[in-house]
Write a protein that binds this ligand. Structure first.
Ligand code: GTP
Ligand code: SPV
Ligand code: MN
Length: 593
């Protein structure tokens, strides 16, 4: 093995085994140097794996297309392999570890023949932070290396911090021949190990992200007393300069990136309000020495949904993609060698190539130019509103947790839970319409507790218990308040009833006022709902009566909804925390009043 970057015995032994299994022709350690990364970019362009975009308009940006059958996470083929099936729980797919290793090693054997094994040392969280953790991903894909280099902190400096420690997450990715029938994304939480075969799409192969930072990390967090959540982290700056931090969990493609980077409405901006982005997808949360919960964003980039991103909906995201970005499965505008996606502007290119690689005329075609789950991989450093605390190794103190889903009906614009345990209940009953972020039907309501359904690395009942236990350790005045939001209510004609995007700031404003005890609310069966007059509508073409409509609590509809919760809870048997059963009973009783 040429120029090893470490003497770490556990790592070298693991690599020896993998070399023997995979039989690479060449081995390259990713040291994180600019020269090395530039050479890999050039190589990927040379082989056609990536297309170099217009250097003047999009400097250092590239386009990549994945296989047509490999464009989203595959939840049916995502396994949690624990010794006991019940430890994976009823909401995960499970396989016995021995059987899974056997199956995966057979698929992977010899699959690097004639190819290069890249060894990527990476840190989730600022390198050396007490909240950070280290992973090693081996892969045979340059695209994966280049994405990991944006999404995480990569290179020799990580190995310096690791030293001889055995505390690192093993990640093996084999692209194989992207065969969907042999595609598996497998977590072994008890072994700190991830194996991903037959895919080359983001969430399936950038192993630091969902596989490590959520599935493995949620399991580690349960054992070590912290939390890994599918949450954005934002700072809301008030006119007096004070900044309050909020973590929000929405399911995939339900608005985290948009909320994390929002620009407040003009009236607020003029007063001095501002949003700072700490993270847009994942939060690692731990109690700090002052008894408050602190969050870091373990990532170093944004793997954001491209469609719908434009200068009006999310200018900060769009600006983040203007340099050093990899675009995946968007349309290629041949006139100026740039990219396009649905919702970027009203002027689709006529002379273009669609996400499948076919000639595409955006002016006349009825097909989509970009895949609905097409994405950009952009460095956080590009974000115009990146928080100065982004790299703070100790994280930021959390004032509020916000849960939210995509619901045409039922769920009010915002409500506040009545207590910590009631808030955990609110998170646990989350339902949301499915999106293109995972393969399968789109627009179907499913229960997605805490937006973690596809990402919890252990029994969801134990995960809820962990939430309840964390609450017990927090003093009442230090515990974040817990809310639920829904930006997606629609009228009978299918039009959104709430403008969303930047105007969601109006709801954040109410949330912070509630945290500070500055505003009253009406108690309902499900929680505290705002008085319509307390949602600031200045500059908005919307009346209080219209706001009232999206704040209503339809008791009959909620009773119906809770039947779905009964079904969910019934799956857990005695792993369902009693506290949640009690909360469900009391909400049901309140709905009958
Ligand atoms: P993941 O990266 O998959 O975890 O998704 P995310 O939660 O970061 O979702 P994102 O912010 O990328 O939003 C996904 C989609 O929701 C895009 O098509 C947005 O245009 C749309 N969206 C986001 N916020 C709003 C909103 O407030 N109102 C409406 N109507 N749509 C929104
Ligand atoms: C999600 O699906 O929630 C994402 C994209 O953030 S992926 O990395 O593919 O999981
Ligand atoms: Mn996500």
């Amino acid at each position: 093995m040429e120029s090893k970057l470490t003497k770490n015995p556990s790592l070298l032994a693991w690599l020896d085994e993998k070399v023997e299994l995979l039989k690479p022709s060449k081995i390259v350690w990713i040291d994180g140097s600019k020269e090395q990364i530039d050479a890999l970019k050039a190589e990927a362009v040379e082989t056609g794996e990536m297309i170099k975009l217009n250097e003047e308009l999009l400097p250092d940006c590239y386009l990549h297309r994945t296989a047509e059958n490999d464009v989203a996470r595959v939840e049916d083929r995502t396994l949690i392999c624990t010794t006991k099936e019940e430890d994976a729980g009823p909401t995960n797919h499970w396989m016995a570890p021995d059987k899974a290793y056997d199956m995966l090693y057979k698929i992977a054997a010899g699959s690097y023949e004639g190819r290069t094994m890249y060894i990527i040392p990476y840190s989730m969280g600022p390198v050396g932070s007490p909240l950070a953790k280290i992973g090693i991903e081996i892969t045979d894909s340059i695209y994966v290396v280049l994405n990991m280099n944006i999404m995480t902190r990569v290179g020799a400096k990580v190995l310096d911090v690791l030293g001889d420690s055995n505390d690192w997450v093993r990640g093996m990715h084999c692209k194989c021949n992207v065969d969907p029938e042999n595609r598996w994304i497998v977590q072994f939480p008890e072994d700190n190990t991830i194996i991903s075969v037959n895919s080359a799409y983001g969430g399936n192969v950038l192993l630091g992200k969902k596989c490590f930072a959520l599935r493995i990390a949620s399991y580690l967090g349960k054992n070590e007393g912290w939390q890994a959540e599918h949450m954005l982290i934002l700072g809301l700056q008030k006119p007096n300069g004070e900044i309050k931090y909020i973590c929000a969990a929405f399911p995939s493609a339900c608005g985290k990136t948009n909320l994390a980077m929002l620009i407040p409405p003009e009236g607020y901006r003029n007063k001095g309000y501002k949003i700072w982005t700490v993270g847009d997808d994942i939060a690692w949360i731990k109690k700090g020495p002052d008894g408050r919960l602190y969050a870091i964003n373990p990532e170093n980039g944004f793997f954001g949904v491209a469609p719908g991103t434009n200068m009006k909906s999310n200018p900060n995201a769009l600006k983040s993609t203007m340099k050093g970005t990899i675009f995946t499965n968007v349309a290629h505008n041949l006139d100026n060698n740039t990219v396009w996606w649905e919702g970027l502007d009203k002027n689709p290119p006529a002379n273009a190539v669609d996400w499948k690689g076919n000639p595409w005329n955006g002016q006349t075609s009825t097909e989509k130019g970009a895949h609905p789950n097409s994405r950009f991989t952009a460095p956080t450093a590009n974000c115009p509103c990146l928080s100065s605390e982004f790299d703070n190794p100790n994280g930021v103190p959390i004032s509020a947790f916000v849960f939210g889903g995509r619901r045409e009906k039922l769920t009010p614009l915002v409500y506040q839970s009545k207590s910590w345990n009631n808030g955990v209940f609110v998170g646990s009953i989350m339902g949301s319409e499915t999106t293109a972020a995972a393969t399968g039907a789109v627009g179907v309501v499913r229960r997605d507790p805490m937006a973690m359904l596809p990402f919890c690395g252990y029994n969801m009942g134990d995960y809820w218990k962990h939430w309840i236990e964390i609450g017990k350790t927090l003093d009442e005045d230090k515990a974040p308040k817990i809310f639920n939001v829904n930006w997606f209510r629609k009228d009978e004609d299918g039009n959104f009833l709430w403008p969303g995007f930047g105007d969601n700031f109006r709801v954040l404003d109410w949330i912070i006022d509630r945290c500070e005890g500055k505003v009253d609310a009406q108690e309902t069966a499900i929680g505290y709902i705002p008085y319509a007059k307390d949602i600031n509508l200045e500059g908005l073409d919307m009346t209080e009566e219209e706001v009232d409509k999206i704040l209503d609590v339809d008791k009959d509809a909620w009773e119906e909804e809770l039947k779905g919760v009964d079904e969910l809870y019934a799956k857990f048997g005695d792993r369902l925390p009693k506290e949640l059963a009690d909360e469900l009973a009391s909400v049901k009783a309140a709905l009958k009043d």
